[in-house]
Design a protein around this ligand. Sequence first.
Ligand SMILES: [Zn+2]
Length: 464
Amino acid sequence: MPELPEVRTVARTLDRLLRGKVVEGIRIFREKNVLDGAEHFRSLLLRHAFLSVDSYGKHLLFHLSGGSAILAHLRMEGKYFLREEGEEKGKHDILLFELSGGQRLVYQDVRKFGTLEARKEEELWDRPPLSLLGPEPWDADPEETFGKIHRSSRPIKELLMDQRVLSGIGNIYADESLFEAGVHPLRPGSSLTRAEVEALLQASSSIMKEAIERGGSTIRSYHPEKGVDGRMQLFLKAYGHGNEPCPRCGFPLRKLEVGGRGTTFCPRCQKDPGKPLLIGVTGTIASGKSTVARYLEEKKGYARISADEIVRELYEKPAIARQIAHIAGDNAVEGGRVRKDVLLKRIAEDPRLRKRLERLVHPKVYKEILRRIDALPPDGKAVLEVPLLLGSPIEERMDLILFVHAKEEVIRERLLARGKDPREALRVSPSFDRGEVRRKCALLLDGSSSLPSFLEEIKGIPYL
Ligand SMILES: [Zn+2]
């Protein structure tokens, strides 16, 4: 969706093209997009001349003679362009103005969400939507904006995109402004300081001004004249760069969904001061996850949380052992403790049993992991070794997910050396979807090599 800089660019282009042109005819092909109806639209605009075109936030404002105006919104894919006489009607045309001099201005909208509305100039600002809109970032009073943001517990990313708080910021410029100001997108508005709100206003103003100068980023959705170019894309630092190194510190940029919108940020430069830095290590069985986690614990000062160790501790508890005996049979438990070898054999034979066991154990494990995360100091850092991290309730808490894999023959050898039956162990170990791994894990390590050379590889990662 076009945001303030793109809309302003469209407005400037239309201003240049339309000034002085008289509306001689209006053809409406899809009345639904014309709010207040075709009749009203025609009666306010016919035979009036375009005086100027400008924009406010994401709205286009056409000013015409006789005190008439058009308020328009491009939504997803709306675009305006001039069509010469004789050119054919397009499939997605919504509306066409016949202009003096024989030209036609077409509004086309593939997604059909865009709107146009004729208004009297004096009614433009005292009715919604314009009466509800907050200021554009450069006109915002820092004190007032801080008040609006500080009152809310919603994530700051959502607040920046809320047009009642500030006008014109959408998904792209919210990510870019948060990156520039060093603020984590998920922080509740109420946790932001006055200085951080000021930094956000400063960042969004300067980024959007620069974008306007560059003619707006063109992400398919807008059409200044006919040409489309992507100059702005080159200048975006966070948006669209998930899993790539942060241009400031090199840490992989993280991409999460915030309120259904893809959100990219640097977990280090935009760290939430109230939360520790968390690195999740996941991957196939016997691939070297523990080697990575132990290295970070011993050499880099990370606290270590291991899901396998939590499971082992759970199996020592008589209450859990009783529940497991109930599911897997009495011989899976001995002296009040779970016998892991027997249990492994049983679940390797029976997938349904495995499911029932997972339903009992997994929620307890994730709950314990969350308890341990919450017990960490806010300025601390931890590495979490969790085989089933992807798709789990703790995945989104991670600042970086590292995936360790190894060649199957290496895994088999390692399992044998640990006194395990590789066939059984592999059958009960989780499988991974390659696409999901590539999307969610910014760092992929091959743990097939010998321990010293694997450690060298980890040591070589500058941001860990
Ligand atoms: Zn960074």
